[in-house]
Design a protein around this ligand. Structure first.
Ligand SMILES: *[C@@H]1O[C@H](CO)[C@@H](O)[C@H](O)[C@H]1NC(C)=O
Ligand SMILES: *[C@@H]1O[C@H](CO)[C@@H](O)[C@H](O)[C@H]1NC(C)=O
Ligand SMILES: *[C@@H]1O[C@H](CO)[C@@H](O)[C@H](O)[C@H]1NC(C)=O
Ligand SMILES: *[C@@H]1O[C@H](CO)[C@@H](O)[C@H](O)[C@H]1NC(C)=O
Ligand SMILES: *[C@@H]1O[C@H](CO)[C@@H](O)[C@H](O)[C@H]1NC(C)=O
Length: 758
C-alpha cells in the first residue's frame, strides 16, 4: 500500500516527558500535596512515575486533577498552597430564547433548580424544570420555545451555548459555540434535512470536570449501538437470497474495531477492568442476531493485535470463545515510564486494514458498516497525529457520498480517567446521529455502563444470561442473586407430614426442572411451594408436577439396589409465567436453539450432538452446582475412563449390595466428586434437584440434575470438600431429551416453548 510510507513520515518522535534509563530516579515529597475537603491517591507511592489523583465528594471537583512524580523528584504540575475542592457548576441556561429562566443567577451550582416558561404564542418543548446534577449537567432535556412553523423543528440552544441561524428550512444550517472555556461536545453545525430532521446531534457544553454517568452512557451508547446492530440485521434480510448460511458462516457485514489503552498512565487493575469491559461489550453484541467481524488491539507505544479482522475472512476465523480466551490470557506488562499513548498508530492500522479489505473485495466493502470503539486515557502523546488517519478513514468509507454513507462509519471514543482531554477526543469521532465522545470518571464506571446496557428489552429471550458484578462490591448482597437468576427453591409437604426441600432451575417462564425424588406418591400441587428470589411476589402457584415416566425407585429392589434413581427428573408446571427480568431468567437447556445462542453456535445446522461435543467432551469438564444459599460449588464431571472409576464408588453407598456399578448408575448419569484431578465440592442434602451447569462467558447451560450421592458428609454445612469416594450422581440432560422436549418444546400447549434441535 502506497500510504504506508506516507505514514512513516508523519511519525513524530515520542513525547516522552519522563526521562528514563541510566538516570537514578528520586522519590517525590509529600509537601503541599493535600487538598481541602478531599483526598488523594497514589499509583506507586512517592516513586518516580507515580500518578497522584485528587478526589472530592460528589458535587465537588478538584481544580487540579492529577500530578505525576517526575524522575527528578518533583511533581508536575507543581504543588501549590491552598488547593481545595470546588463546588460543581452547570453551564449557564440563559441562552434560552422566546421565554424566561428563573431564577436568574450569575452562576448555577449543583442542586440549583431552574424553571422555564415561554412567551405567549410559543409552546414549550423539553423540560420545564431542570436541576444541576453532580456531574455538571442539567437534568432532563433542553427546553425549547417554538411555534414550529419551519420545515425542521427548532433544534434549541443547549445550556452554555450560543447559536447562529434561526430559520429551519431544508438546507438551512445552524452553528453552535460554547461560552467561556466550555468545551463543545457533539455537532458544531447541523443542517435541516428533507425528512424534517437535523444532521448530527445536539451539542453539549462541558466544563473540564463534566463527566458522563454510567446511566447516561448506557442509554445513549446502548441505543446508538443497537441501531448499528439492527441496520446490519436488516441488510442481512435484504440479502437473504444470496444465501444467509454462507453469510453467517463467514460473518456478517459489520466490522467492529476495538482498541484498548495499556499506556503507562493506565494501571494494571484499570487495564484488567478494561479487558472485562471489552468482553462485556462483545458479549452484549453477541445477543443480537449479527455476527460481526472483530479487530481487537491493545496499544501503548506499539499496537499489539489480539484479533486480526483479516482472520474473519479466512479459514482461521476465531470463535467468540477463542476471542474471549485471548483477551483473558493477555498479559499486562508494566511498561514503566516508557510507554506512550499511540492513538495515531491504532487508527493508521485500522485504515490499513480497511484498504486491504477494499482491495480484496470492493463490493463487499461497500456493504460493510464499520464501528470503531476506543478506550483511552486520552493523551495521544506520540506517533502520528490521529486526526489524519481519522480524516482518511472517513474519506475512505464515505467516498464522495458522505450524506448517503454517513451511517456506515461510527467512531466512538471513551475517555477514562483524570487525564482525558475532551478537546482532543472530539476531533477523532464521527458526527452522525448520537453522541460519540464519552468521558467517564474511571474504569469502574465504564464497567457499570456496560452492565447497565444489558437491559430486559433486548434480552428477554436469552437463557442463562446473568450479570457479573465482580467489580461491584457495594452491591455484593444483591449481586449474588443477579448471578443465578434461574435458581428456584422448592418445598413439598408430604402426606406423611415430613416436608422435603429441593432446589430447581427455571427453564422456561412456565417450568421448573428438578429431581423426581423430591416428590412422593400422593403429593398434590397445593403441597408444593416454589420460590424465586426476584423481588416480586415470591411464591409461585403450581399447576402440576410431572415426574419422568420411567422413574421408579423400587424397580431394582430385588437386585440389591434398595433405591434406584434412574430418570430422577421432574418438571413443575407453574400456573402463571414468571416475568423475565435480570433477577429471574431461565437457564439454558442443551439441544435447544436458545442454548445454541449461548454457546455461540450460529450455524443453523447445529445438532444436539454438537452441543454434547462442546459441553461433555473432555475427560474432566468443569461444572458447578449451587447450594440453596446460592454458594457456588465447583466440580469436574468425569467422563471416559475416569467415569468408570467414579461410578464404581456407587457400590459403597449404604444398603447397596449389587455387584455391577453400571446397574446402579446407568448411562443416564453424570458423575462428580472425589479428589482427583482436584478436590471437588460435594452435593449436600438440600442441593437435590438443582442444576449441574457449565458457564460459558456469562451464559449458563445446565447439563445435569443433582440426584443422589454415595454419602452425605455435609452435616448441616452447605459447602464441603469431597473425600476420595464421596461421589455424586446427576441425571444427564442429554439422556432425557424426549421427556424435556415433550413438555418444554410443545408449541401448542399455550405457553412459550423452547425450540429443540435434532
Ligand atoms: C445535593 O442534594 C443532595 C440531595 O439532597 C445532597 O445529598 C447533596 O449533598 C447536595 N450536594 C451538594 C453539593 O450540596
Ligand atoms: C515497539 O516496537 C519496536 C519495533 O518493533 C521495538 O523496538 C520497541 O521496543 C517496542 N516498544 C515497546 C515499548 O514495546
Ligand atoms: C465479494 O463479496 C460479495 C458479497 O459481498 C460476493 O458476492 C462476491 O462474490 C465477492 N467477490 C469476490 C471476488 O470474492
Ligand atoms: C416399579 O417397578 C416395580 C418392580 O418392577 C413394579 O412392581 C412397579 O409396578 C413399578 N412401579 C411403577 C409405578 O411403575
Ligand atoms: C401439547 O399440548 C397440547 C395441549 O396441552 C396437547 O394436546 C398435545 O398433545 C401436546 N403435544 C405433545 C406432543 O405432547
Amino acid at each position: 500500500m502506497a500510504q504506508t510510507s506516507g505514514w512513516a513520515l508523519l511519525t513524530v518522535v515520542a513525547v516522552s516527558s519522563f526521562a528514563s534509563g541510566a538516570l537514578s530516579k528520586k522519590d517525590c515529597s509529600d509537601t503541599l500535596l493535600k487538598i481541602r475537603n478531599g483526598h488523594y491517591t497514589l499509583s506507586k507511592g512517592f516513586e518516580a512515575g507515580s500518578l497522584l489523583a485528587y478526589h472530592c465528594e460528589p458535587g465537588y471537583y478538584p481544580p487540579v486533577k492529577s500530578r505525576r512524580c517526575m524522575s527528578t523528584g518533583s511533581w508536575r504540575p507543581k504543588p501549590e498552597r491552598g488547593l481545595a475542592c470546588k463546588k460543581v457548576r452547570c453551564p449557564d441556561p440563559s441562552g434560552f430564547e422566546q421565554g424566561s429562566v428563573s431564577p436568574f443567577q450569575g452562576r448555577y451550582y449543583v442542586n440549583d433548580t431552574t424553571t422555564y416558561e415561554c412567551f405567549s404564542d410559543y409552546k414549550l418543548y423539553g423540560s420545564s424544570t431542570r436541576v444541576c446534577k453532580a456531574n455538571g449537567k442539567w437534568s432532563g432535556s433542553t427546553p425549547i420555545c417554538s411555534r414550529n412553523t419551519d420545515h425542521c423543528p427548532d433544534p434549541g440552544i443547549p445550556a452554555g451555548a450560543r447559536r447562529t441561524g434561526h430559520i429551519f428550512n431544508i438546507g438551512d444550517k445552524v452553528t453552535y459555540r460554547c461560552e467561556d472555556k466550555l468545551i463543545l461536545i457533539g455537532s458544531e453545525e447541523r443542517t435541516c434535512k428533507e425528512g424534517g430532521e437535523w444532521t448530527g446531534h445536539e451539542p453539549e457544553c462541558h466544563f473540564d470536570y463534566t463527566f458522563d454517568t454510567p446511566e447516561e452512557v448506557a442509554e445513549v451508547f446502548g441505543s446508538s449501538l443497537q441501531n448499528n446492530l439492527k441496520t446490519a440485521e436488516q441488510n442481512e434480510d435484504l440479502n437473504q437470497q444470496e444465501g444467509k448460511m454462507i453469510r453467517m458462516a463467514k460473518g456478517g457485514n459489520l466490522n467492529i474495531y476495538i482498541a484498548i489503552d495499556a499506556s503507562d498512565s493506565i494501571e494494571e487493575e484499570q487495564f484488567k477492568m478494561s479487558i472485562e469491559v471489552t468482553k462485556n461489550l462483545i458479549d452484549k453484541i453477541s445477543y443480537y442476531e449479527v455476527t460481526p467481524n472483530y479487530d481487537i488491539v491493545i496499544f501503548a507505544t506499539n499496537v499489539t493485535t489480539i484479533v486480526d479482522i483479516h482472520q474473519s475472512f479466512s479459514e482461521h476465523q476465531k470463535s467468540l470463545a477463542d476471542i474471549m480466551n485471548d483477551l483473558d490470557n493477555f498479559n499486562f506488562v508494566d511498561k514503566g515510564n516508557d510507554a506512550g499513548t499511540n492513538i495515531g498508530a491504532v487508527l493508521v492500522r485500522i485504515y490499513e486494514r480497511m484498504s486491504l479489505m477494499k482491495t480484496r473485495n470492493a463490493t463487499k466493502f461497500r456493504d460493510t458498516s464499520h464501528v470503531i470503539i476506543m478506550f483511552t486515557d486520552g493523551e495521544a502523546n506520540m506517533g502520528p497525529d490521529p486526526k489524519r488517519p481519522v480524516k482518511q478513514i472517513k474519506e475512505f468509507v464515505y467516498g464522495n457520498k458522505k450524506e448517503e454513507r454517513i451511517d456506515k462509519l461510527d467512531i466512538y471514543m471513551f475517555g477514562v480517567g483524570l487525564e482525558v482531554d475532551k478537546h482532543v477526543l472530539k476531533e477523532y469521532v464521527t458526527d452522525n446521529a448520537g453522541q460519540h465522545v464519552f468521558v467517564m470518571e474511571d474504569m469502574e464506571k465504564l464497567h457499570e455502563t456496560f452492565e447497565a446496557m444489558i437491559d430486559e428489552s433486548t434480552s428477554v429471550g436469552l437463557c442463562g444470561l446473568h450479570r457479573d458484578y465482580t467489580y461491584d462490591d457495594r452491591e455484593k448482597e444483591s449481586s449474588i442473586k443477579l448471578k443465578h437468576p434461574w435458581l428456584a427453591t422448592i418445598s413439598v409437604r408430604h402426606e406423611s407430614g415430613n416436608p422435603s426441600s429441593c432446589v430447581g432451575s427455571l427453564v422456561t417462564p412456565r417450568f421448573i426442572l428438578t429431581a423426581a425424588h423430591c416428590f412422593k406418591f400422593g403429593d398434590t400441587s397445593n403441597s408444593i411451594t416454589v420460590t424465586l428470589d426476584d423481588g416480586e411476589s415470591k411464591v409461585r402457584r403450581v399447576e402440576k408436577y410431572i415426574p419422568h415416566p420411567n422413574y421408579n425407585t423400587t424397580l431394582k429392589k430385588k437386585n440389591g439396589i434398595p433405591e434406584f434413581y434412574d430418570f430422577d427428573v421432574a418438571l413443575i408446571q407453574l400456573k402463571k409465567d414468571v416475568r423475565i427480568s435480570n433477577k429471574a431468567r431461565p437457564i439454558c437447556i442443551p439441544c435447544t436453539k436458545e442454548a445454541s445462542g449461548a454457546l455461540r453456535l450460529s450455524d443453523p445446522n447445529v445438532k444436539c450432538k454438537d452441543h454434547e461435543k462442546l459441553l461433555l467432551n473432555k475427560e474432566y469438564e468443569d461444572a458447578h452446582m449451587l447450594s440453596p444459599k446460592r454458594e457456588m460449588k465447583h466440580v469436574k464431571i468425569k467422563l471416559g475412563a475416569s467415569r468408570d472409576a467414579c461410578i464404581e464408588d456407587a457400590k459403597k453407598a449404604k444398603g447397596i449390595t449389587a455387584e455391577n456399578a453400571k446397574e446402579i448408575v446407568t448411562e443416564n448419569f453424570l458423575c462428580t466428586g472425589g479428589i482427583a484431578p482436584v478436590t471437588d465440592d460435594v452435593a449436600c442434602k438440600g442441593d437435590s434437584g438443582g442444576a449441574l451447569f457449565t458457564e460459558n462467558h456469562r451464559r449458563t447451560v445446565q447439563v445435569g440434575v443433582v440426584s443422589w450421592g454415595v454419602e452425605d458428609i455435609c452435616l448441616g454445612e452447605t459447602r464441603k470438600n469431597s473425600r476420595e469416594h464421596t461421589r455424586d450422581y446427576h441425571i444427564n440432560l442429554f439422556k432425557v431429551q424426549p421427556f424435556l422436549r415433550k413438555y418444554l418444546g410443545n408449541a401448542t400447549a399455550g405457553y412459550a416453548p423452547l425450540t429443540f434441535l435434532d
